[in-house]
Each structure stands twice: as structure tokens, then as C-alpha cells.
Design a binder for this molecule. Structure first.
Ligand SMILES: CC(C)(COP(=O)(O)OP(=O)(O)OC[C@H]1O[C@@H](n2cnc3c(N)ncnc32)[C@H](O)[C@@H]1OP(=O)(O)O)[C@@H](O)C(=O)NCCC(=O)NCCS
Length: 184
């Protein structure tokens, strides 16, 4: 695909008509399904239908965004959603300075254009707005995502061996737990 510019925006379903939400969820579900079939460790494994993917976005993410416990960013290229990341703000009372980053997903057609990096820098800004100074995440060890997080200054706290099954095979994969303390 020809490289085109992209925009990073917050996904705000509360400002959208129902049809626009449906349209966005179709694009987000398409990305999630493509990523799962691409072999990445993002909670799911094959077979993974579009309906399975839609159920995640509708039942889990949309509900949390509406409840105010999740913030979601999307990358758009010519209106099409091509990437996303989210921040879970629902942490225990004694960890209100922390948030979890999850589901950094970029469509396989548009990789290596800096979209994931831009999404991660933007989610750090969201964390600052929310008064969160510690970001935590986990990722499949030795994955491209782990390289990206290390480049962005995340610290590997440790590796949990055989943490989750792969998306394409039942083999268990190691996970690296990472964190970043944000400068104010
Ligand atoms: C990981 C992922 C989000 C990267 O998205 P992307 O938009 O292609 O990443 P960027 O273009 O912003 O890459 C930034 C840097 O990350 C590193 N990186 C990204 N993809 C890489 C790869 N396949 N191999 C090695 N390094 C990689 C590189 O250092 C890259 O910088 P460079 O292109 O200047 O060398 C994307 O491959 C993806 O969606 N993977 C599947 C889902 C996943 O694993 N998500 C993480 C869940 S924790």
C-alpha cells in the first residue's frame, strides 16, 4: 500500500451516531481479526470470526469507553481506521497514578509507517491528562511490539514463561511485563 499520512484521534462514540459507531466497529473488528490471523498474541486465537471480533469491541471496549474507564485512540488514513491503542483507567484505589496500555493494533497493510509509535506517544499524552505517571503493559517476548516498547523507553520488569497460548497454535508463549514512568 502506498504510504499516506495518518491522523491520531480519540475514539469518542458518545459523539457519534449509531451508524457511525457500527462503521467504526466494523473497521476495528477487521483489524483485530487480521492481527489474530497474523499470529500476534492479543488475547484471542483462531478460529476467530468477525463476529467474535465485533463482540470484543462492542461488549468490552465500547461499554468501557461509555463507562469512562477506558480511553481509545485510533489512527485514520483517509477516514479509514488503520490502527488503535487503548488505556484502561480502571485500576485499584491505591494505584490511581497508574494505567494499563493494551491492544496496540496496526493493520498489516500499513505497518512500518510509524503509526504504532505515534499511537503510543499520543496515549502517553492521554495518560498525562488523566494524571497517570506510570504505564504498564505486557507483550509477547521477542515480538516486534516488544522492540517498539523498548525503543519508546519502556523497561522490561521481567519475563513470565509460557504465559499465554499463541494465536495460531496451542504452543505457550512467554510474556514480557513492562512499565514506563512518565516525565511530567
Ligand atoms: C507491533 C505493531 C503495533 C507495530 O506497528 P507499526 O505501525 O508497524 O510500527 P511502527 O511503524 O510505528 O514501528 C516503530 C518501530 O517499532 C519497531 N518495529 C515495528 N515493527 C517491527 C517488526 N516487524 N520487526 C522489528 N521491529 C519492528 C521498529 O523499531 C520500528 O521503527 P522503524 O520502522 O523505524 O525501524 C504491529 O506490528 C502490530 O499491530 N502487530 C500485531 C499486534 C501486536 O503485537 N500488538 C502489540 C500487543 S502488546
Amino acid at each position: 500500500m502506498t504510504q499516506t499520512s495518518f491522523q491520531i484521534l480519540e475514539w469518542r462514540p458518545q459523539l457519534l451516531e449509531e451508524a457511525a459507531i457500527e462503521n467504526d466497529i466494523t473497521m476495528l473488528a477487521g483489524i483485530l481479526q487480521a492481527v489474530v490471523y497474523g499470529g500476534a498474541g492479543v488475547s484471542f486465537f483462531i478460529p476467530f470470526s468477525v463476529d467474535d471480533a465485533r463482540a470484543f469491541w462492542t461488549g468490552n471496549v465500547l461499554a468501557a469507553v461509555r463507562a469512562g474507564t477506558r480511553r481509545v485512540l485510533v489512527a485514520r488514513q483517509s477516514g479509514r481506521i488503520v490502527g488503535t491503542v487503548q488505556m484502561n483507567l480502571a485500576v485499584p484505589p491505591n494505584q490511581q497514578h497508574r494505567a494499563d496500555v493494551a491492544k496496540l493494533l496496526v493493520h498489516p497493510d500499513v505497518r512500518r509507517q510509524g503509526i504504532a509509535r505515534a499511537l503510543m506517544l499520543a496515549i502517553e499524552q492521554v495518560a498525562r491528562e488523566e494524571g497517570r505517571s506510570l504505564l504498564t503493559l505486557d507483550t509477547v517476548s521477542r515480538s516486534s511490539a516488544e522492540s517498539l516498547y523498548l525503543q519508546l523507553g519502556y523497561v522490561a520488569a521481567g519475563v513470565i514463561p509460557r504465559y499465554a497460548r499463541g494465536s495460531l497454535t496451542p504452543d505457550l508463549e512467554d510474556t514480557t511485563v513492562m512499565y514506563k514512568e512518565l516525565a511530567p
